[in-house]
Design a protein around this ligand. Structure first.
Ligand code: SF4
Ligand code: SF4
Length: 482
């Protein structure tokens, strides 16, 4: 039997089934142990030190105890601390991005995804480079600066060369004042050599959802195709890091397996990356199974209600305070509104989850990967965020300044990154308002920026930010950053 070892490179040792089961048992046994729960909450709370605010995070066992605990006042405390952490490290900023679907050809048999090979009635499509260009122009015209590209796994239709060509095309398009400044990539697990090629192509984060950490379920949910290989999939982030990609994004598809199991697995995966590579995941995504062509979420009997979903997000925030958290338009406006305060730091806006969805006249429901709950335009989402006290940010500065991997994490951990994030958010929001926003959004936005500028503590930084904002308003100069 495999023994738990977070430093191992073998999936069955760092995501160890025995350790997860023991963790769940420990959590269940201690879910009313007030003394222990208080101790864990104290550990999670942000601490003020001479060098700024710091957070210790939690182990998978500690975080699992909090997730299991349902004493109302302790759960309230979890939410309060999650909010405190969110405000300490991310302030009221929310980074915006959009997914871009390149191809829905796929040789895998994932039971929860309409792109599975056996779905014969879904329209299959792969964008040509000219179509990628058109999609990017449409995204730039909305105001997006950061994309996550998505493609099914198909070595014939979507080989790595195709993905690399698409990345090159995306970075090459500059429509009016538009530019895509960071391309994150969500493609199937691949080889170290291919990860190296992605790194050389200048990608931001490599994102790969584990779907489920439960091996037995994983094998059943992925009955055919290369994705069936649980170990190869689970060890992908180690290969990505070996290939030089230092920002990786984890995620599970909540609803496939018992959420407590997934939660423990996810935190263990983060611990593993930290133990082996010295840097944890850059982001964690929290998708839930949703309705789509050929897919009925009710057949997955582990679906989780909104309240539990919110608690999971809060507990992840406590466990890995320095990891960005992403939520997509799978979730409704209401759910998105709540979880933004609990630790989400990035959201997608005006997403199309079909191939070619940004340039089609009508919304093409027939090739979507999942139904989009939040159907608002980017302008509406931006305005809604500001009306709710958040600053929408189109910042991509870290990646472009080479602040990735452990360099990024150390700035994050000593709080210095805040000196960059806040002014960068205000400058990129100004770009958005000047170039793309409706009059109403502009009005709210400029008022907000005026107020937020006064909160920049360092005089010099504030002066530069004010000057740059004036430049953006008065000219076509763009892309200022700290
Ligand atoms: S989840 Fe990904 S790998 Fe699985 S069928 Fe869908 S596109 Fe293919
Ligand atoms: S400065 Fe870096 S961490 Fe902050 S919002 Fe920009 S890219 Fe993200």
């Amino acid at each position: 039997m495999a023994v738990y070892n977070p430093k191992s490179l073998r999936a069955e040792e760092f995501i160890n089934d025995g350790e997860i089961l023991e963790t769940l048992e420990y959590a269940e046994k201690n879910k009313n142990n007030i003394e222990l729960i208080d101790e864990i909450l104290n550990k999670a709370r942000p601490q003020k030190t001479e060098s700024g605010t710091v957070c210790k995070g939690l182990t998978h066992r500690e975080a699992s105890v909090l997730l299991a605990c349902d004493i109302p006042e302790k759960v309230e405390e979890i939410y309060r601390i999650a909010e405190e952490i969110k405000l300490s490290f991310y302030g009221n900023r929310i980074v915006m991005f959009a997914p871009l679907y390149l191809s829905n050809y796929c040789v895998n048999g994932c039971l929860y995804c309409p792109y599975h090979l056996k779905n014969k009635h879904i329209a299959r499509k792969k964008l040509t480079q000219e179509e990628v260009r058109q999609e990017v122009i449409a995204l730039q015209d909305m105001g997006h600066k950061r994309l996550a590209i998505e493609a099914g796994e198909d070595p014939v239709n979507n080989p790595i060369e195709y993905i690399l060509d698409c990345i090159q095309t995306i970075y090459s398009v500059n429509h009016k004042n538009g530019a895509i400044r960071r391309v994150n990539v969500n493609i199937a697990a691949t080889t170290v050599e291919n990860y190296r090629k992605l790194k050389e192509a200048g990608i931001g984060t490599y994102i790969l959802f584990q779907e489920t950490y439960h091996k037995e379920s994983y094998l059943k949910l992925h009955p055919t195709g290369p994705k069936h290989d649980y170990d190869y999939h689970t060890e992908a982030m180690d290969r990505a890091m070996e290939g030089g990609i230092d920002d990786v994004g984890l995620g599970v598809l909540f609803g496939l397996e018992l959420y407590k199991y997934e939660f423990a697995g996810l935190i263990m995966h983060a611990e593993h990356l930290e133990a082996v590579h010295g840097v944890g995941p850059h982001t964690i995504s929290v998708p839930r199974v949703k309705h789509a062509d050929d897919i009925d979420p009710d057949v997955f009997d582990n679906s989780i209600p909104d309240e539990m979903f919110e608690k999971i997000i809060a507990c992840i925030r406590l466990a890995v305070p320095y990891t960005g958290m992403i939520i997509s338009t799978r979730e409704s406006e209401e759910v998105r509104g709540k979880v933004l305060n609990l630790g989400i730091s990035q959201i997608s806006g005006a997403s199309r989850t079909s191939v070619g969805g940004y340039t089609e006249e009508e919304r093409p429901h027939d090739s979507e990967q999942f139904d989009v709950s939040d159907q608002r335009t980017l302008d509406e989402v931006v305005r809604w965020l500001m009306e709710n006290g958040h600053i929408p940010s189109f910042c991509t500065a870290c990646y472009r300044e080479g602040r990735t991997g452990d360099r990024f994490m150390s700035l994050c951990k000593n709080g210095q990154i805040l000196n960059c994030c806040h002014p960068n958010a205000l400058m990129t929001l100004t770009e958005y308002l000047v170039d793309y926003a409706s009059e109403e959004t502009k009005k709210i936005g400029f008022e907000l920026i005026g107020k937020e500028l006064t909160k920049i503590p360092k005089d010099k930084v504030r002066e530069i930010a004010v000057q740059n904002i004036e430049d953006i308003k008065a000219s076509n100069r763009r892309d200022f950053r700290f």
